[in-house]
Design a protein. Structure first.
Length: 328
């Protein structure tokens, strides 16, 4: 029996399993990763799809986009869009929806969890206790977070939420973006280097992509200094991981907390041997509440575009939009 439901190409299984079932209930879904020969499937059936569902982690390659000549809309689970091939999508005239806003609180919470862990050595002290070392000596003195200077690279939605968390710790906040944010109560510093030099804690919430790749380099880490801490909850590509390993090994910075890495799921091997860095497997948005809200927005974006031609939340491709939503 012929179906009247819109055909949707889903790039792979979604991060929240119920979303797979909800998409399949509403649409005629074909999961590309489950095809015996994905390239052959695209060659034979790619012309039948106007809609794609993917995630920030899976992305959407030019190879796939070019195989979808009728593609009109992509609904992506996540706020990062650096893994979506912008050039091919714009050439195709396809619109792209994503899920900003609903994960800001959880990512900001994770930033502070990593900040506190790095400063107070919580993960390291847990290992200390489990190894039975407490009976043989004290753990040692660490760094307080309250009252310190917090620098934020990327004062978008998530960065602004981190700044609100900082108020509860009586921290002074400064930030760096492409340009100052009108009405912001926080000090703007015109370069990342100046921000790092000013900061006790430098939190990265900037967007990924070619424009920010390895901006946090050896020079920035040296500016942060031997008493400074780096926290990254944005994209691993923003930090030069090899330079970070060297800075941590040589104590040119005090420590780091990382939820993201340049080559996920493969952190730089040097990080694994260090006690002055806290490593998390890209879980900042990984709460039941946030993942459910992201799934709902994926569904809402797709349904509204099909019904009206306009998504609820669209990826800000232009430079002006990206500047205004640096870490959205």
């Amino acid at each position: 029996m012929a179906t009247s439901r819109p055909r949707v190409l889903q790039i792979g299984k979604m991060p929240l399993p119920p979303l797979d079932a909800e998409l399949a209930q509403a649409y005629e879904v074909h999961i590309l990763s489950e095809q015996a020969d994905p390239d052959r499937f695209l060659a034979e059936q790619g012309g039948q799809f106007e809609y794609v569902v993917t995630s920030a982690a899976m992305g959407l390659s030019a190879r796939v986009v070019d195989a979808l000549p009728r593609l009109r809309f992509v609904s992506s689970f996540g706020v990062g869009f650096d893994a979506l091939d912008r050039e091919s999508l714009q050439r195709q005239g396809a619109r792209v929806g994503y899920t900003p806003g609903v994960l800001d609180d959880c990512v900001a919470d994770m930033a502070f969890a990593l900040l506190l862990d790095a400063a107070r050595g919580l993960s390291e002290s847990d290992r200390f206790v489990r190894r039975g070392e407490w009976s043989r000596g004290r753990f040692g003195i660490r760094t307080r977070a309250s009252g310190q200077r917090l620098g934020i690279f990327g004062m978008g939605r998530i960065g602004s939420t981190v700044a609100r968390r900082a108020a509860g710790f009586d921290m002074e906040v400064a930030y760096h973006n492409r340009r100052p944010i009108e009405g912001s109560p926080h000090q703007y510093l015109p370069s990342l280097l100046e921000l790092a030099r000013w900061s006790d804690f430098l939190v990265i919430t900037a967007a990924g992509g070619d424009g920010t790749r390895h901006l946090v380099n050896a020079e920035v880490l040296d500016a942060l200094g031997p008493q400074g801490f780096l926290v990254n909850v944005a994209r691993g590509s923003v930090v030069d991981e090899a330079a970070l390993v060297t800075a941590l090994q040589n104590r040119r910075i005090a420590g780091a907390g990382l939820d993201v890495f340049d080559d996920e799921p493969h952190p730089h091997p040097g990080l694994l041997a260090l006690d002055n860095v806290v490593l998390a497997p890209h879980i900042a948005s990984g709460t039941h509440e946030t993942r459910r809200a992201m799934a709902d927005l994926v569904l809402h974006n797709l349904a509204q575009f099909i019904a009206t031609g306009e998504p609820v939340a669209e990826v800000p491709w232009s430079a002006a939009q990206q500047a205004a939503t640096a870490a959205a």
